[in-house]
Design a protein around this ligand. Structure first.
Ligand code: ADE
Ligand code: ZN
Length: 345
């Protein structure tokens, strides 16, 4: 165990090879790009300026954010828009030492306003190809079902995704958690499993531990997105630790959405102390005040993470990914080499 001096912490995090496993691409739409796309597509925004829009990013719970997030996504109309959105994110990720990302997208947010299913995914796949070729960043795509809609709508979306299934790593479950338990989507998740897709679900962000149990037992998920409230249930903690279930934790999101009152009260360190397999992620970086490294730094400072804990989190980000073990191996070796070569000032 070795504490990093304050000045070394940021430098250590900046160079650490890492992956991001919980990031909604629509949540990476920066106000500047939103205004540029609104102009390109002749759409009127209900805000006069980037500054005015940013001022509206004051949330006291998940739903406050979702309302503004779905409104913002309306400027995305063309394949080129989704490509530009994707590339803007991948550039930020690469600058943060990100080597791999498993990104969420919400097709229903776009098909429900009349866009063909192909528009968002074609643009994102094109950005993913460009990011790998030009930045060396690999990525996978996770199709999220909106849980405030019904299961039939989720099935319709899965049907629309059929021609793209070879390019989709898995399905996820996002949007308003309270009142929409994972069990509402039991059948569509079973259908996704039968199609060979991986499964993740937001659970325990605002919802109770019972939702995390359902995600595990009913949806058979491979990862839990957030999972904070799992800590309220010692039996659940034991299960998550025993299974080494990956939790994709999002520190700045938790702060912005008032899931935690203060970063010093964030459960990330407790999760590690309890033997849980936590990772650090940005969730919706354009709305929550920071990209991947901002989350790492805020969490490390807030709860006091040491060098070994940071290395564990970096390893977890790859071993918790949907990369094959042989694809994870070079990243894990790069983390070891980085740790061995890092000298504190
Ligand atoms: N959609 C985008 N971000 C989300 C979050 N943090 N929780 C649920 N749904 C989301
Ligand atoms: Zn999320």
């Amino acid at each position: 165990m070795q504490d990093l001096a304050k000045a070394d912490l940021e430098r250590f995090i900046a160079g650490l090879p890492k992956a991001e496993l919980h990031m909604h691409i629509e949540g990476s739409l920066e106000p500047e790009l939103m205004f540029a796309l609104a102009k390109r597509n002749s759409i009127d925004l209900p805000y006069a300026s980037v500054e005015e829009l940013r001022k509206a990013y004051a949330f006291s719970r998940l739903q406050d954010f979702l309302d503004i997030y779905y409104q913002g996504a309306q400027v995305l109309l063309t394949v080129a828009d989704f490509h530009d959105l994707g590339m803007a994110y991948f550039k930020r990720l690469a600058a943060d030492g990100g080597r791999h990302a498993e990104i969420f997208f919400d097709p229903q947010t776009h098909t429900d306003r009349g866009l063909p299913f192909s528009v968002a995914i074609d643009g994102l796949l094109s950005a993913m190809g460009e990011a790998e070729a030009t930045l060396g960043v690999t990525s996978k795509l996770i199709l999220c079902f909106l849980r405030h809609l019904d299961e039939d709508a989720a099935f319709e979306t899965l049907e629309q995704a059929r021609p793209y299934l070879h390019r989709i790593a898995g399905v996820g479950l996002d949007s308003s958690e309270l009142g929409h338990p994972p069990s509402k989507f039991a059948q569509v998740f079973e259908a996704a499993a039968n199609l060979g897709l991986c499964r993740v679900a937001h659970a325990g962000e605002e919802g109770p531990p019972a939702y995390v149990w359902e995600a595990l037992d009913v949806l058979n998920v491979d990862r839990i997105d957030h999972g904070n409230r799992s800590l309220e249930d010692p039996r659940l903690v034991k299960r998550l630790a025993a299974e080494q279930m990956t939790l994709t934790v999002c520190p700045l999101s938790n702060l912005k959405l008032c899931v935690v009152d203060d970063m010093t009260a964030h459960p990330l360190k407790s999760m590690l102390d309890l033997g849980l397999k936590a990772t650090i992620n940005s969730d919706d970086p354009a709305y929550f005040g920071g990209y991947l490294n901002d989350n790492w730094i805020a969490a490390a400072r807030g709860v006091g993470l040491d060098r070994d804990e940071l290395l564990t989190l970096a390893r977890n980000s790859f071993t918790g990914s949907f990369l094959k073990p042989e694809e994870q191996a070079p990243h894990l070796a790069a983390i070891d080499a980085y740790a061995a070569g890092f000298t504190a000032h």
